[in-house]
Write a protein that binds this ligand. Structure first.
Ligand code: AMP
Ligand code: ZN
Length: 478
């Protein structure tokens, strides 16, 4: 498996630390609102990674967090806590807001056929809440303080970025350059030593004196900074260093840079060997984000008559490192592609004697390794999907009874497991519909055009489209 490691800016062959298990951590959602489809792209991408690793024979241990505390609107140390903003907006407690949007998120994941993380079993849904790991976060702060990587002010405990020699290695932005770029930045805590120092713990003081989520700590009541949760969760669940860490490109400069720094300072080794970042979904060429208001959620997609799988396929058609400009037309095209894949899969119900034959069998034997090869090439899922096109010959020729099992196995492993697109759950048409197809064929053969048309129209009303081929009539779902 070759992956583009943001840390080294190059494609690298994956060498898992422990050859039996690949440890993967994926930054999860902040649950103060519904995840928008840009966020969902990030999770479809990490799911593709998991599936490609598993298809390559690796056992994957994956953890994903749910940020239910500490993520401020600015992504840094200023502004409201996103959860508190959600609570004020909805007249609920922060805990109610977190629970509601966590449930909505888990439901989105199920609808998109995203495998639940398997490395954290305490929560039945598998997602690690930041608030489940306050103890580990406090232990890490103790280590940072005792190693002189952090300092305490009246408002917060900060990580001192000047203390870690390779701070910023991920973004490759030198501290001096960052400083010039942000000279005008408002620093709300006068005791913060350096603008890029980041809070690992906020006290109930100043701006946050009425913050509703807080825990005791050796230094006073408060709540953890956002970046700390991921380092702590990784430490407690997977053990650092891990093999692969994922998230969107917006996390490179601050969130992931700070996650890395905390772990290196607290434990003296790297957080992750490989860092993968997905590009954005854009709308009208701008990043989709909640703050810009230019976002759609999964419900919008469903309300427009599209299935979650169509959106999944749309994401799969673009390489994860390319931006994806979302339009309803592109979603419609993905939906049509899904229908043609479904038509292909439904051929297993309508075998004809003698057709498809050798070309098809050769294809079925050849395709899995070609698809896997593409998936192993920095998750080139668009290429893996493109490998399917020659299969269209069965749409013309029909499928031979003896090839059905091989075909079903292909649909299960290569499309179901690798792409997370389930084509096997569709049922066969009813006996009555089969009967109508046979009657229509008989009518057509005896040139009773009116009866033939009536039967075809009646099937169309039931969502069944007929196509006449040299070997007989093939149906597909509209
Ligand atoms: P958040 O809930 O803001 O922490 O974001 C969850 C995930 O979505 C993170 O990995 C982000 O980097 C990613 N993300 C945010 N906006 C977009 C976007 N427009 N397109 C793709 N990924 C995004
Ligand atoms: Zn994170």
């Amino acid at each position: 498996m070759k992956l583009y490691n943001t840390l080294n800016r190059k494609l690298e062959v994956l060498h898992p630390i422990n050859k039996d298990v690949v440890k993967v951590y994926s930054c999860g959602p902040t649950v103060y609102n519904y995840a928008h489809i840009g966020n969902l792209r990030a999770f479809i991408f990490s799911d593709c990674l998991r599936r490609a690793l598993e298809a390559s024979g690796h056992t994957v241990k994956q953890v994903m967090n749910i940020t239910d505390v500490g993520h401020l609107v600015s992504d840094a140390d200023d502004g409201e806590d996103k959860l508190e903003t959600g609570a004020t907006r909805e007249g609920k407690t922060v805990w109610e807001v977190a629970e509601h949007y966590t449930e909505a998120f888990v439901s989105d994941m199920k609808q998109l056929n995203i495998l639940p993380p398997n490395g954290y079993k305490i929560r039945p849904d598998g997602y690690a809440r930041a608030t489940d790991f306050i103890d580990t976060q406090i232990i890490m702060i103790e280590k940072l303080l005792s190693g002189d990587y952090a300092y305490i002010t009246e408002q917060a405990i900060y990580f001192d970025v000047t203390k870690l020699a390779n701070y910023g290695a991920l973004s490759r932005q030198k501290l001096a350059d960052k400083e010039v770029a942000s000279r005008d930045e408002v620093v709300s805590d006068p005791d913060k030593k350096h603008p890029f120092d980041f809070a690992v713990w906020f006290f109930l003081a100043g701006h946050f004196q009425n913050h509703s989520m807080h825990w005791p700590s050796p230094w006073g009541e408060g709540f953890p900074g956002w970046h700390l949760e991921c380092s702590a969760i990784i430490h407690a669940t997977l053990g650092d260093p891990i093999d692969i860490h994922t998230g969107g490109v917006d996390h490179i400069g601050t969130h992931h840079t700070n996650e890395m720094a905390q772990t290196e300072a607290a434990f003296g080794h790297a957080l992750s060997n490989v860092w993968l970042h997905n590009e954005f979904i854009l709308v009208d060429s701008k990043k989709m984000s909640k703050s810009s208001g230019n976002f759609y959620v999964l419900k919008d997609i469903i309300e427009r008559g599209f299935s979650p799988s169509s959106f999944r396929l749309l994401c799969l058609q673009a390489h994860y490192r390319s931006q994806l400009n979302f339009t309803w037309d592109s979603l419609a095209a993905a939906s049509n592609r899904l229908k043609s894949l479904q038509a292909l899969a439904d051929l297993r119900y309508q075998t004809t004697p003698g057709y498809a034959g050798e070309t098809f069998i050769t294809l079925l034997k050849d395709l899995p390794s070609r698809m896997l090869h593409a998936a192993q090439d920095d998750l080139n899922i668009p290429q893996a999907l493109a490998e399917l096109s020659p299969l269209d010959i069965v749409l013309v020729d029909g499928l031979k009874e003896g090839d059905r099992l091989l075909f079903e196995n292909f649909l299960d492993k290569c499309i179901g497991d690798l792409f997370g697109i389930d084509l096997l759950s569709s049922s066969d048409i009813t006996e009555q519909q089969k009967d109508s197809i046979a009657k229509r064929e008989a009518a057509r053969k005896s040139k009773q055009w009116q009866q033939s048309d009536e039967l075809r129209d009646s099937l169309l009303e039931q969502g069944i489209v007929l196509r006449d081929t040299p070997t007989g009539t093939i149906w597909s779902r509209e």
